[in-house]
Design a protein around this ligand. Structure first.
Ligand code: ZN
Length: 143
């Protein structure tokens, strides 16, 4: 009898609430475990994606490579949440935000240790890996 194929469900480890355990970008989680936040770049047209995509929406190819999100992005916008979707209630209040890295933008959360009064549009922020209290992995924006 053939050996049962092992399911690659590494993506289950990502995020507060995870709706997707199987993706074509499961390596994203391995990189998070190594302390790296990674996106993908199309080798044909150069477009960069975050969150990472396995296929390019311009070329319709899967000719992609990983790149590390490094250096600082610029805080474009943010919003403090006092109400949250199901599953995120325990995290309240938290700030969702967008960082602009020039060739790509990243949607995520601002680290909880940054006081509200120190958050300003245009400030430089870094994207770093983070481990949630329940052991799940994600990434946050910090100074
Ligand atoms: Zn492309």
């Amino acid at each position: 009898m053939a050996e049962k194929k092992k399911t690659d469900d590494r993506f289950k480890k990502f995020g507060t609430v995870n709706f997707t355990s199987l993706t074509k970008v499961n390596d994203f989680v391995d990189y998070l475990e190594q302390g790296k936040v990674m996106g993908t770049r199309c080798k044909d047209c150069g477009i960069m994606f975050f969150p990472p995509r396995a296929d390019c929406c311009q070329c319709l190819t899967g000719n992609m490579e990983w790149f590390e999100v490094s250096g600082a992005g610029t805080l474009v916008t943010y919003s403090k949440l006092k109400y949250a979707p199901v599953g995120f209630e325990e995290d309240l209040p938290y700030c969702i935000a967008v960082l602009d890295y020039g060739s790509y933008k990243i949607f995520g959360r601002i680290a909880k240790d940054i006081p509200d009064e120190e958050i300003t549009i245009g400030m430089a922020m870094k994207t770093v890996t983070n481990t949630l209290p329940n052991g799940q992995l994600n990434y946050v924006f910090t100074r």
